[in-house]
Design a protein around this ligand. Structure first.
Ligand SMILES: *[C@@H]1O[C@H](CO)[C@@H](O)[C@H](O)[C@H]1NC(C)=O
Ligand SMILES: *[C@@H]1O[C@H](CO)[C@@H](O)[C@H](O)[C@H]1NC(C)=O
Ligand SMILES: *[C@@H]1O[C@H](CO)[C@@H](O)[C@H](O)[C@H]1NC(C)=O
Length: 307
């Protein structure tokens, strides 16, 4: 090992000139606040500050006990004290011999994300990713997207004794993720109702019109139904299309989703106006009925039962 100064490790000299520069880069000139940011990043900078100090003999009794480590604990850069491991999505050191960002927790691995959304010239950064992508059912009856989420939840609530009940989502009756919306239109136009359902085991969807006992489309040639798996895992989406609507199509339609554990339904109404009626009713009245879509319609997004 080459030494630039007796008694000092080589990297000490580097740190001596690099630090003021780093601090300048870190602190925006207008802000008096020290850089906040996630604890693990601050730890990285602290590590740079103390770099050059030898680890020295390990004295576990001097270690501060880390608390609230949601990804578990790992040994620090000196392999002495325990510190919080990095969570899914946090940066990490690809090279295990460097310890700037820190190590990923249990079930996580440090991966270089060469994602498509990198801008030109941007360097991909390594971050902690879960080794598994299989959903699990927790002992709390909730479905977790993968084991890392479940462990995070278990560490956040230690007294809940959260464990894996079984692989795969928890079995549950269907949930309507996106329900059909009330619509109106003028006679002769085509209308479509959509219904997105999450369930495990998978659900089947059927459509009915209030006052009619038959499952649609029945034998009605101007009505058609379609089903498709997705868009998310364990989901199915159904559509009901009515071509060239007539006044007699007016009414309430229901999306009914079933599986072995139960069923749910969501109603939506269809209002059909003749061109004359539209002229006399007018858009303002339809607005008061809440049937005219808002300008910037926020798509109903339902964060379904994955944690
Ligand atoms: C968790 O386990 C402990 C010890 O086995 C028990 O005392 C406690 O009641 C359990 N908590 C829950 C929420 O089941
Ligand atoms: C009526 O239907 C047409 C064709 O399907 C569609 O383009 C139009 O947006 C609908 N009008 C309303 C008010 O929903
Ligand atoms: C709507 O009403 C206006 C006058 O109130 C009339 O001039 C127009 O022709 C009507 N349009 C339709 C489609 O009936």
């Amino acid at each position: 090992m080459s030494r630039v100064h007796p008694g000092l490790p080589a990297n000490h000299a580097t740190a001596a000139w690099a630090l003021p520069l780093l601090l300048l880069l870190l602190l925006p000139p207008t802000s008096a606040r020290p850089s906040a940011g996630p604890g693990y990043l601050r730890r990285g900078w602290l590590r740079l500050l103390t770099e050059g100090e030898d680890c020295g003999p390990c004295r576990p009794e001097l270690c501060a006990a880390p608390r609230g480590c949601l990804a578990g604990q790992v040994r620090d850069a000196c392999d002495c004290c325990w510190e919080c491991a990095n969570l899914e999505g946090q940066l990490c050191d690809l090279d295990p011999s460097t310890r700037f960002y820190g190590r990923c927790g249990e079930q996580l691995e440090c991966r270089l994300d060469a994602g498509d959304d990198l801008h030109r010239g941007e360097v991909p950064e390594p971050w902690c990713a879960c080794r598994s992508q299989s959903p699990l059912c927790g002992s709390d009856g909730r479905t977790y997207a993968q084991i890392c989420r479940l462990q995070e939840a278990a560490r956040a609530r230690p007294d809940a004794n959260l464990t894996v009940a079984h692989p795969g989502p928890c079995e549950s009756e269907p949930k309507i993720v996106s329900q059909p919306r009330d619509i109106w239109n003028v006679t002769g136009q085509d209308v479509i109702f959509g219904c997105e359902v999450f369930a495990y085991p998978m659900a089947s969807i059927e459509w009915k019109k209030d006052g009619w006992d038959v499952q649609l489309p029945g034998d009605d040639p101007h009505i058609s139904v379609q089903f498709r798996g997705g868009p998310q895992r364990f989901e199915v989406t159904g559509w009901l299309q009515i071509q060239a609507v007539r006044s007699s199509d007016e009414g309430t339609y229901r999306c009914i989703a079933r599986n072995a554990l139960g069923w749910v339904e969501a109603p939506a109404s269809l209002l059909v106006l003749t061109p004359d009626q539209l002229n006399s009713t007018g858009i303002p009245r339809l607005k008061s009925l809440n049937l005219v879509p808002e300008e910037a319609e926020n798509e109903e997004s339902y964060d379904y039962d994955f944690y």
